[in-house]
Design a protein around this ligand. Structure first.
Ligand SMILES: [Zn+2]
Length: 968
């Protein structure tokens, strides 16, 4: 027994180089797992099984609300303050369909222990029991300014979900779950449906907390090199020891009964001017046994890959020859109690439904009869294996990833440690390649499985508008039926909420939250030294580090040899590489070869700005790949094949791929607009911004739409252009290599890497000088599918002669995490709000899933007044400095470090640049921040505006815009 915990299991899990302990807390039955290893990026989380009983979003709103203050830390918004000033590498919370998870990661020991206490107090002793404004602010509330104003609804989760449910995919998914799991918690929208969120009341909210937020219903996770003894002591002494066991009736039912032949149709909203043609989604979905069957789960992932998700997937390929839809996507979900496989035909027409279903079953039957091609299975397993061994989770801490991996198994009562062991499973899968194991699964769990649903989503013109009108009428009716006292009460409560929101935390309260001092911060900045070498005229840039025995091989091609008018073609080229046949491979065989032999190849179009001359840009194609050393020769052969031998004249395939790109962009821009806004805005302010819009933004979208519409008359042209461009770019005169690897592999690398030469042309094109005229406008992007806005205001400080210094980042942290967070999220109800003030000159204030538009712009403009009036103590400045440092020093993967080191070198940043910036951040004081007021004032005065959002709202504010663009 250690601090009240009884050790149940202790195992060495060699796959992740860790010692894993499973404990049970004797007094409460709380379970705890510690994954102990040398990683100093420690993770803590506490999770609860939280079972929704309606679409009122109760679990989700609670996830937000517990982070709004607790007994021991009675500050109003501890989570916001911690995001403003901690060294955390991750800080967030998640609500799933049956669970709520509160994780954070930090590399600092002192902070890790401190935050653990904050998180535990938050979940067990939240303030919302007595402070009713929390549920209002985070969930929903009636807002009423005065007697004659219209009654409206606001709230953070209310607005968040309005944005989240705008996407047809999200709507489809909710209908699927409801159809397949009618007797379980999975039928509910755990995030909440805005129409039902407004039914949630304070007393049921408290009851839900009493019900589920108890140690006996908790799963605690620890990861990294922290002191286990101290960790257990804190958890037991400060929290768990104060509770007794509680019996829970919270097991999740299996959906064993099901209706046969579920075939349902639902509507989603498109605009009144939009064509209904080719806008339907047709899906077939199967429930596959319990997710605790880890072997079956792994096999299902392989089957999903083989049937539907890889380039050469069986169903994808057979749909390729049909004209029934523009895209085909699949998803496999193994996180719920029962697994679910979904296949969706995107941008189709419901008249093709039966054809689609027939084809699926025909192909499945054929596959079972003839057997799956072995290379296809091998490719899928090999891909899975590479990524498991690489364990690079792209910005997420490993602790967090392992936490997610074990949680399902753990919560459903199975041995959680098993989910971390992959060797056995990989060996099992490999052993089954030569048998008919996978075919048998297809037969049993797909073909002969009647627990399935066909769900179709069809477009309906102006549905959202109707719904918004109905909501408005409903609110009018509610107000009309209210007594005068009720109306007065709501006016009073609206004011009270405002008062609560604008009240500042006292210094005494703030002091209770853990805060590092600047002495705890290492003053030394990281370095990413690149070693240059030249072999047979090729520049090689090495970055040596420990890589888990992987070689990262990156090629950089200068694309300034392409004329300005053809820039979008460069991006199209990178979208098409590997998807088309080459001289020696069909595209599906090529995909198999890549996945069997490598960790994947990625193609990216990008643009760098030189430090000393930001108008002199460096456009590039970056080809990133990874491989184990003994297969480097094969990787180079494959990359070489792709860049030298791709065939662009398979018009049928080319047309399909362009349609597919278009349909993906339709989804992205029509329903969420996150990338569209920020990319487009930058085109107002810099050459690189204009370039970015052409390769990745609205201009690229326009380009693709045009190609799609005119494909038949232009196809020869397109193919010719692609060929010409690829020959010009993939030339021996045009490229450099950057590699991240272990020193031991240097000689091998030297020997192999030069072989890439034989795949390159000898074209020597003149470098073009791009004009890239800025697109200065105030634009409104109107979507008839969303009820909320993303609002942006921006400028370029380099236009006014300012130069970047570290204190800009602290100022940015202050505007983002203090000013915008308080005014737009807490008071305004927007789901997100932040600012950018980056090294290249870009300044931007923005909001996300925001119910407002003009009011938000007013708040943006008042930022100058805020900087003028704000009076931060040195301690608050320290908080901002620490938060800033953590944003610049997030742990990176070996490959990202190598790429950053190389980029810094090429754009002319001196060796100690990061050190200089770090010093300037650490030395920021209140005076320095205030000194930037003039700059911000000037930027605001000369700023431009961009809004992505609800069409009606944009039209109501049309005087703000020079141009309104209808997206759908
Ligand atoms: Zn949320």
């Amino acid at each position: 027994m250690v601090h009240g915990f009884k050790l149940i299991k202790k195992e060495n899990v060699k796959e992740i180089n860790s010692l894993v302990y499973l404990f049970k807390h004797a007094k409460t039955n709380a379970e705890l797992i510690k994954v102990e290893n040398e990683d100093n990026n420690k993770t803590f989380s506490i999770s609860f099984k939280t079972l929704p009983y309606s679409n009122n979003g109760i679990a989700h709103i609670m996830e937000h609300s517990v982070l709004m203050g607790s007994k021991k830390y009675p500050v109003k918004d501890p989570f916001g303050i911690l995001s403003k000033g901690s060294m955390t590498t991750f800080l967030n919370a998640f609500t799933g369909s049956d669970r709520t998870i509160y994780p954070f990661s930090s590399t600092n020991d002192k902070e890790f222990m401190g935050l653990m206490d904050v998180y535990l107090d938050a979940v067990f002793n939240p303030l919302f029991y007595s402070e009713k404004n929390i549920l209002k602010q985070e969930g929903w509330y009636y807002s009423l300014k005065d007697f004659d104003s219209p009654l409206t609804v606001n709230g953070i989760v209310y607005n968040e979900m309005k944005g989240a449910l705008a996407s047809p995919y999200a709507q489809l998914w909710n209908h699927v779950l409801k159809a397949l799991f009618p007797d379980t918690v999975y039928k509910y929208i755990s995030g909440g449906d805005p129409r039902e969120i407004t039914q949630l009341k304070q007393d049921e909210f408290i009851k839900f907390h009493q019900n589920y937020y108890h140690p006996s219903n908790s799963y605690i996770f620890l990861y990294g090199n922290g002191d286990l003894n101290k960790e257990l002591e804190l958890i037991n002494h400060n929290y768990l020891s104060k509770y007794d066991k509680k019996e829970f009736n919270n097991s999740i039912k299996l959906q064993n009964n099901y209706r046969n032949n579920i075939d349902e149709e639902y509507k989603y909203s498109i605009s009144r001017n939009e064509e209904k043609k080719n806008k339907s989604f047709i899906s077939i979905n199967w429930v596959i046994e319990k997710s605790s069957d880890l072997k079956l789960k792994a096999a299902m992932k392989i089957i999903n890959d083989v049937l539907a998700s890889s380039s050469g997937a069986i169903l994808k390929k057979s749909l390729q020859d049909k004209e029934w839809g523009e895209d085909f996507v699949s998803s496999f979900d193994g996180s719920m109690k029962q697994m679910l496989l979904s296949l969706v035909l995107v941008n189709s027409d419901k008249k093709y439904k039966q054809n689609f279903l027939n084809l699926i079953y025909e192909e499945l039957n054929k596959t079972v009869k003839n057997g799956i091609e072995k290379d296809l299975i091998k490719a899928a397993i090999s891909d899975m294996e590479f990524h498991l061994r690489e364990a690079d989770y792209d910005g997420y801490s490993n602790g967090l990833v392992y936490n997610f991996k074990i949680l399902s198994n753990w919560m459903f009562g199975n041995n959680p440690i098993e989910s971390l062991k992959y060797e056995k499973i990989l060996a099992f899968l490999k052993e089954k390649v030569q048998t008919d194991y996978f075919e048998k699964i297809i037969k049993k769990h797909l073909i002969d499985n009647d627990h399935k649903a066909v769900i179709t989503l069809v477009p309906e013109k102006g549905l959202l508008e109707e719904e918004m009108l109905a909501e408005k009428k409903k609110l009018q009716k509610i107000k009309k039926e209210m007594s005068d006292e009720d109306v007065q009460r709501i006016i009073f409560e609206t004011k009270e909420l405002k008062k609560y929101q604008t009240k500042e935390n006292t210094k005494k309260m703030l002091d209770k939250l853990p805060l590092l001092s600047l002495k705890d911060i290492d003053r030394k900045a990281k370095r990413f030294p690149i070693v240059e070498d030249k072999i047979e005229d090729i520049n090689i840039n090495y970055y040596f580090t420990n890589t888990n025995n992987i070689i990262y091989f990156n090629l950089y091609f200068d694309t300034s040899v392409i004329p300005e008018e053809d820039i979008p073609y460069i991006s199209l080229l990178t979208d098409l590489l590997e998807e088309l046949d080459t001289k020696n491979y069909n595209y599906d065989k090529l995909s198999n070869q890549i996945r069997i032999n490598t960790g994947g190849i990625e193609y990216e179009t990008t643009c760098w700005k030189y430090k000393n001359n930001p108008n002199n840009l460096q456009p590039l194609i970056k080809i990133k790949s990874k491989v184990i050393p003994k297969k480097l020769d094969k990787l180079i052969e494959l990359v070489g094949e792709i860049i030298s031998n791709t065939v662009f004249t398979d018009y049928e395939r080319l047309m399909k791929l362009i349609k597919q790109i278009r349909s993906e962009l339709d989804m992205e821009h029509g329903y969420s607009g996150e990338s569209l806004g920020i990319i487009r805005l930058q085109s107002y302010f810099s050459k690189c911004g204009v370039y970015g819009d052409l390769i990745d933004g609205y201009e690229y979208y326009k380009f693709i739409r045009k190609l799609d519409e005119q494909f038949d008359s232009k196809k020869e042209n397109i193919a010719h252009k692609l060929k010409e461009i690829s020959e010009k770019i993939f030339s021996i005169n045009n490229f450099e290599i950057q590699t991240t690897l272990e020193k031991k592999d240097r000689d091998l690398f030297k020997r192999e890497a030069v072989k890439i030469k034989k795949y390159l042309t000898e074209k020597k094109e003149e470098k073009k000088n791009y004009i890239l005229k800025r697109n200065r406008k105030n634009e409104g992007f109107a979507s008839s599918s969303t009820g909320v806005q993303n609002v942006y205001l921006g400028a370029n400080y380099k236009d006014y002669g300012y130069n970047f210094e570290g204190s800009f980042m602290v100022l940015n942290q202050m505007i983002s995490r203090d000013y915008l967070h308080k005014n737009l999220r807490i008071e305004g109800g927007a789901y997100g709000a932040w600012s950018i003030l980056n090294t290249s000159g870009f300044f931007c204030l923005s909001s996300y899933r925001d119910p407002n538009l003009a009011e938000t712009l007013e708040i943006f403009k008042k930022v100058v007044k805020y900087i003028n009036n704000v009076n931060f103590s040195q301690k608050e400045i320290t908080r901002l400095i620490i938060g800033t440092i953590s944003t610049v020093e997030d742990p990176m993967s070996p490959s990202s470090e190598g790429q950053l080191g190389f980029k810094m070198k090429r754009i002319g940043l001196e060796k100690d640049y990061l050190q200089k910036i770090k010093n300037e951040i650490l030395d920021t004081n209140s005076k320095k921040i205030k000194n930037h007021r003039k700059m911000i004032e000037q930027l605001i005065e000369n700023s431009f505006v961009l809004v992505y959002g609800n069409a009606k709202k944009i039209k109501m504010n049309k005087n703000i815009f020079d141009k309104i663009i209808n997206l759908n």
